[in-house]
Design a protein around this ligand. Sequence first.
Ligand SMILES: NC(=O)c1ccc[n+]([C@@H]2O[C@H](COP(=O)([O-])OP(=O)(O)OC[C@H]3O[C@@H](n4cnc5c(N)ncnc54)[C@H](O)[C@@H]3O)[C@@H](O)[C@H]2O)c1
Length: 255
Amino acid sequence: MTDRLKNKTVLVTGALGGIGSATIALAAREGAGTVVLADLDGARVDAVAAELCERGVGAVGIALDVASEASWESLVSRLEGEVGGVDVLVNNAGITNRFGVLETKVEDWDRVLAVNLTGVFLGMKHAGRSMVGNRGGSIVNVASFASYTGYRAASYAASKWAVRGLTQTAADELGSRGVRVNSVSPGFVPTPLTENAPNLVRSFSDATPLGRTCAPEDIAAAVVYLASDDSSYVCGHDLLVDGGFMSNTIRDVRA
Ligand SMILES: NC(=O)c1ccc[n+]([C@@H]2O[C@H](COP(=O)([O-])OP(=O)(O)OC[C@H]3O[C@@H](n4cnc5c(N)ncnc54)[C@H](O)[C@@H]3O)[C@@H](O)[C@H]2O)c1
């Protein structure tokens, strides 16, 4: 392993989940000075950060509701005070439901959009502002393969298409101010979000040219590439990490 994130402060939202944990682990192995675990459950992020500290990793746990502007303001001001700001922001927190257009209640729609889209917007607004006024940085938003296609989860698909569009918009605005903005679109990853459903794992594996579902570590590797100087001329890009799933014209996926 190299030191691609040496001395950087790396903030990951949804840090307790499948992709978030793998990203934190890889960032630590890549030499991050501080990994910041942000998630809803303050006691759990503290406990995981304490375990990392015992293993010699600089880690801080902070309770964050990505949908709350006040929560972002307090997190960014705490990091500016404690570690001088943020170098890498990974907007990873996300939720879903399985409702189509006809079944989606407005409150379910609003909640998914609040977390998946407003959360990304607020992260870029507050951490991005801090990066612009400080030493620049890199923002990686986690979108989805569902941002390229119709998907039987209306609010989720809409939120992810919007995240990809907002990523390009922010790349244009922040790129000239020293902050690169990119996104990663995972294929199907068995995590708590997808309920590790065995039938779906089989269907997605069969429909994926590389013959397996995506591992959280596959996404972490893509995130670290975009976060690090290895991608120093990449800005406004979406990196689809789906084992070729979207290249398969007959994507017959059944639960
Ligand atoms: N798993 C997949 O198949 C898949 C595919 C494409 C994209 N993604 C995206 O990857 C990201 C991570 O997903 P995952 O599979 O690791 O899910 P996960 O359910 O394992 O983790 C999501 C984490 O986000 C946290 N979270 C939820 N609401 C939050 C809020 N308001 N504020 C802060 N944290 C909050 C949860 O507590 C959880 O720890 C999501 O954005 C998801 O949409 C996942």
